[in-house]
Structures are given as structure tokens and as C-alpha cells.
Design a protein around this ligand. Structure first.
Ligand SMILES: [Zn+2]
Length: 250
């Protein structure tokens, strides 16, 4: 957890309180502001308040990472076909319960040389409110499913909804995972317009970007078709997220 934003905020509050000669309302407003900053920090993965998530790769070459969350699903095979045609490797952050539903697709992702990451057992809507032990269970049970069905282990973890908090930070430490975020989000689960999603992704692209996508819809598949053409046109190559960790160990 990084403390300096809080220290800065505390100092700011004190100046503010001093300037306005204290008063309950001023304290109260400061408190609300502090809660807002805290909530914002919990939900914005690029800020890394509680967990140092990897959000990009430091690189001098034109390369980006395609990451797909929430699968495997009925759509995943189409994504795999397309990636194969383009000779592109991606990183799939899979949900344990989805792996149990689509075991063959999970095995195919591995067989085709893509990288796998843990995205918890059930991707609970309450992820931000779970206890440390429940969170550890979510991560470890996903590991168990991956080992049983795919015979693999991964140290990569992506937080559901990008949510981080002190409990999740402890769970990540305990399970010895590396938290992987992103610095280009597509908003492909909430945006209906494919062109908008495409523009959002291509606009923010930089060397070393990690792009967040979901292999959960036809819509994202269509965006990926165009995105792969864009990458080819702009001469971007692709990397998988495990390559960042491997480089760090050197
Ligand atoms: Zn997710």
C-alpha cells in the first residue's frame, strides 16, 4: 500500500482547515473527500493504492499485450481461431467456474500456447467485500481447477472488476500471485457500439500497453478482428503478460 497520497491528502486537509478556521463542517467535508479518494483508489487499478499491479511493460519496442478476462465461454473458440490465423499469442485470465463449464476450451487455450492467469473461482460481485480468508479461497480454488483440468500452475492474477483493497492485497501475498492490471481498457462489457470500443482501444495504445478485453461476446470478437488489422498496420507486435515477470527476475 502506498501511503503518500494519504499523507498529501492529510496535509491538504490541515491547510484547508487552518484557512477556514476549523469548524465541524470543514472536518466533515474533509472526511467525505478522504472516503472518496479511498474508494477511487480501491477501484482504479492504475493507481495501485493497495496492490502494486503491473499495468504495462517497460519496453522500447512497439509491442502490446492482448488480455482476455472472464472466459472460457462459448465465444472463446472463435477468438482462438482468429488469434491462430494471425499467429498471435494472448493472455487469458480465466474464471474457475467457467473452466469447469468449458474444460476442452480451457485445454485448447493452453495447447495453442497462450498464457493463463487466475481470475478467481467465481468472480463474485462481492469481491470488494470478501474477507481475506474467503479471498484466498477464491484464488486457491481457481488454482485447483486449473491444475485439475489444464495441468498448469500460474502466478498471474487479475482482480475481478479491477478491485483492490487491503484484504485482497493480503490474499495476493499469501497465494504468491502477481497482480496484473491494464493501462488500456476497452469497456467492451458496457459499450454496445463496436466502433466506439475499437476507438477507445486504439486511441490509448502505447509501447508496452496491456489491453483489457473480454472473450465473452461476438461484439468483442468483431473488435478484435479490426484491432489485429490495426496492430499489423502500425507494426505492433504482441507479448504475453508472463514475459514481464520473467524479465523482472533477470
Ligand atoms: Zn472479470
Amino acid at each position: 500500500m502506498k501511503h503518500y497520497p494519504f499523507i498529501l491528502f492529510y496535509l491538504f486537509c490541515n491547510v484547508f482547515i487552518y484557512a477556514f478556521h476549523g469548524g465541524f463542517l470543514v472536518y466533515f467535508l474533509c472526511f467525505l473527500g478522504f472516503i472518496a479518494v479511498l474508494a477511487w483508489g480501491s477501484f482504479d487499478i492504475t493507481l495501485g493504492y493497495f496492490v502494486n499491479s503491473i499495468t504495462h511493460k517497460r519496453t522500447k519496442i512497439k509491442e502490446v499485450a492482448l488480455t482476455f478476462d472472464d472466459g472460457p465461454t462459448e465465444f472463446t473458440p472463435k477468438f482462438l481461431d482468429l488469434l491462430k490465423e494471425n499467429n498471435t499469442k494472448a493472455t487469458f485470465f480465466c474464471i474457475g467456474k467457467q473452466i469447469e463449464k468449458y474444460p476442452e476450451t480451457f485445454q485448447r487455450i493452453i495447447a495453442e500456447g497462450h498464457t493463463i492467469g487466475n481470475h478467481t473461482l467465481s468472480h463474485s460481485n462481492n469481491t470488494g467485500f470478501l474477507s481475506t480468508s474467503k479471498m484466498i479461497e477464491e484464488i486457491e480454488k481457481c488454482d485447483d481447477v486449473m491444475l485439475k483440468i489444464g495441468n498448469i500452475k500460474t502466478n498471474l492474477y487479475r482482480p475481478p472488476f479491477g478491485v483492490n483493497n487491503p484484504n485482497i492485497a493480503k490474499a495476493i501475498k499469501k497465494t504468491q500471485k502477481k497482480s496484473i492490471g491494464w493501462n488500456v481498457r476497452s469497456l467492451d462489457t458496457i459499450t454496445e457500439d463496436e466502433k466506439k470500443i475499437y476507438r477507445k482501444v486504439t486511441k490509448g495504445l502505447k509501447k508496452g500497453s496491456i489491453i483489457l478485453l473480454h472473450d465473452t461476446s461476438e461484439k468483442t470478437y468483431n473488435v478484435l478482428v479490426d484491432l489485429l488489422l490495426f496492430l499489423k498496420d502500425k507494426k505492433y507486435s504482441t507479448f504475453t503478460v508472463d514475459s514481464i515477470i520473467k524479465n523482472q527476475k533477470k
